[in-house]
Design a protein around this ligand. Structure first.
Ligand code: FAD
Length: 342
């Protein structure tokens, strides 16, 4: 176990916000969590991964926990399904690269998403038509209230769009391991625009082909956290009622002409998901600058630390500018996907 007081969190958030916490604890096993003297730690207690979905808005007066559980156990290397128990501290993309290399299907569409496996199960990360909830069989946790180990089945995890049961419980459950079910039998998900075009003439020979295609597409659109600070998509894509969507169509025709095309995705319940990026761009905010922060030119859903020294106030002001502009034009209130912590 590593315990450091007055710890610098700057390298532990991909936005590269400058912030410190009163205490930082990295544990290497569930046994270390069980042996922890919880009462002596500064409160509140929060868990982070690689800080790739966080905006640190200031110093944190409590304790930041971090997982150092980095084991990957293949439970059955049979001919069909392959269950794998992945430690919460495993960098998610290292795992995806490894299983694609073994020819196992299921995780390839989720290539190159930053962050750790524990956080991925909390966030229900998703990309190119797949969510991690689709391939999770169960999650093992340490319950900070009851101070004991607990297990959740996939159903109990309550997965939804970038949502899970864990997000509703105020940090009560520390994810320690994620049981992922992969397959030797191809389970291709290539319907998403971009992938569909790449594999239109020739099916992928294996999951590594899909991984490479996903990486190429992502690199062309998204900032590399090693080069440009961000927390990925800053806003959630709003899901609106059919009546609200009809109103958005009217507004768009009035403002952008009768031929305007509004990208949208009809949900199983009849509601409609509208890409926030489209709305932000139509508000003229692509590339908008606020202090050291900016709306990313290649993907307006992303706010970047353009100067390298943007403050949390710059990002918060830009966030509010975007929310106000989209609400004023389309009557839709965007909510941030990025969590604010400070
Ligand atoms: C360039 C870029 C691209 C991105 N692309 C995508 C994408 O395509 N799809 C997508 O879904 N996301 C994407 N993201 C967002 C981000 O990568 C995911 O949300 C990721 O799962 C966050 O992982 P993390 O380890 O950084 O977690 P953090 O940001 O540190 O934490 C996220 C949440 O998980 C909680 N948490 C972390 N670890 C644990 C644990 N062990 N137990 C309990 N709670 C925990 C934290 O308290 C917090 O609530 C992107 C981000 C960036 C910077």
């Amino acid at each position: 176990m590593i315990k450091v007081e007055n710890f610098d969190l700057t390298p532990l958030n991909t936005f590269r916000m400058k912030a410190r916490c009163a205490c930082f604890v990295e544990y290497g096993s569930v046994a270390e969590l069980e042996a922890m003297d919880w009462d002596s730690l500064p409160k509140p207690i929060r868990h982070i991964g690689e800080g790739s979905n966080l905006l640190l808005t200031g110093d944190f007066r409590g304790t930041i926990l971090h997982s150092g559980i980095k084991t990957i156990k293949y439970l059955d290397m049979g001919l069909g399904d392959v269950p794998v128990m992945v430690g919460s501290g495993v960098h998610w993309d290292d795992f995806v690269e490894q299983v694609c290399g073994y020819g196992l299907w299921g995780a390839e569409n989720l290539s190159l998403i930053p962050g750790e496996t524990g956080a991925a199960a909390v966030q229900n990360i998703g990309a190119y038509g797949v969510e991690i909830g689709d391939i999770i069989s169960g999650v093992t946790c340490y319950d900070l209230h009851a101070r004991k180990r607990v297990k959740f089945s996939r159903e109990e995890c309550g997965y939804g769009y970038r949502d899970s049961f864990f997000k509703q419980t105020g940090g009560r459950f520390i994810v320690t391991g994620v049981l992922i079910r992969l397959s030797r039998i191809p389970r291709m998900r290539l319907e998403y625009k971009g992938l569909k075009e790449i594999f239109a003439d020739k099916a992928p020979a294996g999951p590594m082909d899909v991984r490479r295609a996903v990486i190429d597409i992502r690199r062309s659109k998204l900032p590399d956290p090693a080069e440009l600070g961000s927390a990925g998509s800053f806003f959630k894509n709003p899901v609106v009622s059919a009546a609200d969507f009809a109103r958005i169509i009217d507004i768009s025709k009035r403002d952008f002409g009768e031929d305007v095309h509004i990208p949208h995705f009809v949900q199983p319940d009849g509601c409609i998901k509208v890409p926030a990026a489209w709305m932000i761009e139509r508000c003229g905010l692509k590339g908008a600058v606020q202090g050291g922060a900016a709306v990313y030119e290649k993907q307006p859903l992303v706010i970047v630390n353009a100067s390298g020294s943007a403050s949390a106030d710059d990002v918060l002001a830009l966030e509010q500018r975007v929310i106000d502009a989209v609400r004023d034009r389309f009557g839709v209130t965007l909510s941030p996907e990025v969590e604010h912590l400070g």
